[in-house]
Design a protein around this ligand. Structure first.
Ligand SMILES: [Fe+2]
Length: 418
């Protein structure tokens, strides 16, 4: 884990930018070529949007369960870097979970605690729109049940298998063994107009330029070979080292995602995505151009989310779209390089609620994290990746080890997979 020394990081940014520029025959022409290619995708998204056609691929869970997915869909998911998987859970079950979470919050006086502990988590503080209604709760029974369910395991295994994970007979990760990543809950009131998240990526900001594993991952992009870059190549993805900070993810997620607890769609204060997997190539090479100061990466700061903004990335932002309407039990997934945002305004009347779920397959990096995470779980504390708000230590109704299934224990690294 890298320590957070801003002077040192700035010096390193200057040094690494020189090195990255030298990987290309001409970094300006490389950027221009990348921009041309990305523009084709941007225009495709714009055209489909005008025609009111589907942009983000949608799959029904049953088709995954019964292995009825054709290559065309797989290719589209890989191109867009995101997918809506519907009906992973029965609607009635999820409506019940949503009510149970509400009770858990109310009965344990979460709001009072929250006032005292607000400010511990600075991760999103640089994003213009401020902090959304995200609850630092990880261990409610519905969250545990959703994470350890068989249907979730089937979905994650399918997602993990989209990656190329085996090289010279060595597996970077095991796509069919999941180590669950405990994350938070979003509950957004109807009419809320103050809270949103501007476009960003997680899993590292400046690290994407300065970390040696990230440099290997993105090497084809910097060295004029965009077409050779496979965003689903897992090599080195498990070896990135993140700058230490509360609320920065220290696991390798094949996909980020969430489970919809309520019906929500465009204008309901929900998720937006730039459904172009290779957008990252644009972001990376844009920062090398001469109008960006040597010590700057287009607004990305250490220990924060990677910033995508109108000053440097207006071409990409043209393709920012809201997800289609989803219903309780549907899930949304996006590749860790996909830019996402939360709409500023919730124009609807009802809550738009989600349980965050990431897909974190078994590999050494995720296993090391899962061990630390399970120690926190046993005490009811916040997981290691998040601010130590520890709301749930004395909460009634919190899940304990007795609530875990046999699969759940393995996924929490509390029992061996062997
Ligand atoms: Fe995010």
């Amino acid at each position: 884990m890298q320590s957070f020394n801003s002077v040192q990081i700035e010096k390193n940014i200057i040094k690494q930018k020189v090195k990255l520029k030298q990987l290309s025959h001409n970094y300006k022409i490389n950027f221009e070529n990348i921009e041309k290619k990305i523009l084709i995708d941007v225009e495709e998204v714009e055209k489909l949007k005008i025609q009111n056609k589907k942009i983000i691929p949608e799959i029904d869970y049953k088709n995954i369960k019964y292995q009825l997915i054709n290559n065309e869909i797989v290719d589209l998911v890989k191109k867009r870097g995101c997918v809506v998987i519907r009906n992973v859970f029965e609607k009635e079950k999820v409506i019940k979970w949503n009510r149970e979470i509400e009770q858990y919050i109310d009965e344990n006086n979460y709001y009072e605690d929250q006032k005292e502990k607000a400010g511990l988590d600075q991760y999103f503080s640089d994003l213009q729109s401020g902090k959304p209604q995200i609850f630092g709760l990880y261990w409610s029974k519905p969250q545990i049940e959703a994470r350890e369910s068989e249907s979730m395991a089937i979905v994650k295994s399918w997602l993990n298998n989209l990656w190329k994970y085996e090289f010279n007979n060595i597996k970077i990760f095991d796509p069919n063994k999941e180590l669950v990543y405990a994350d938070r809950i979003r509950r957004r009131e109807g009419g809320d107009a103050s809270l949103g998240l501007s476009p960003h990526c997680d899993a590292g900001s400046v690290e994407r330029w300065i970390d040696s594993a990230y440099q290997k991952i993105y090497e084809p992009i910097f060295s004029d070979k965009l077409m050779d870059y496979n965003p689903f190549n897992a090599q080195f993805r498990d070896q990135t080292e993140e700058i230490s900070s509360a609320a920065v993810s220290h696991v390798f997620r094949t996909f980020q995602g969430w489970l919809a607890l309520t019906e929500q769609g465009p204008s309901d204060g929900t998720l937006q995505l730039i459904p172009i997997i290779k957008s990252m190539a644009y972001i990376l090479t844009r920062a090398l151009l001469d109008d960006v100061p040597n010590n700057s990466l287009c607004g990305s700061m250490p220990a924060r989310a990677l910033s995508v903004n109108s000053k440097y990335h207006s071409v990409l932002l043209r393709a920012l779209i809201s997800i289609p309407k989803v219903y309780p039990g549907d899930t949304v997934w996006w590749h860790p390089d996909v830019v996402h945002a939360v709409e500023d305004k919730h124009h609807g009347k009802n809550y738009s609620n989600v349980i965050y779920v990431g897909s974190t397959p078994y590999c050494q990096k995720n296993f090391d994290y899962a061990k630390k995470q399970s120690a926190k779980f046993l005490e009811g504390k916040s997981p290691p990746d998040f601010a130590a708000e520890d709301y749930e230590v004395n909460y009634t109704g919190r899940a304990t080890i007795n609530d875990l299934t046999a699969l759940g224990k393995k996924q929490m690294a509390l029992e061996s997979w062997d």
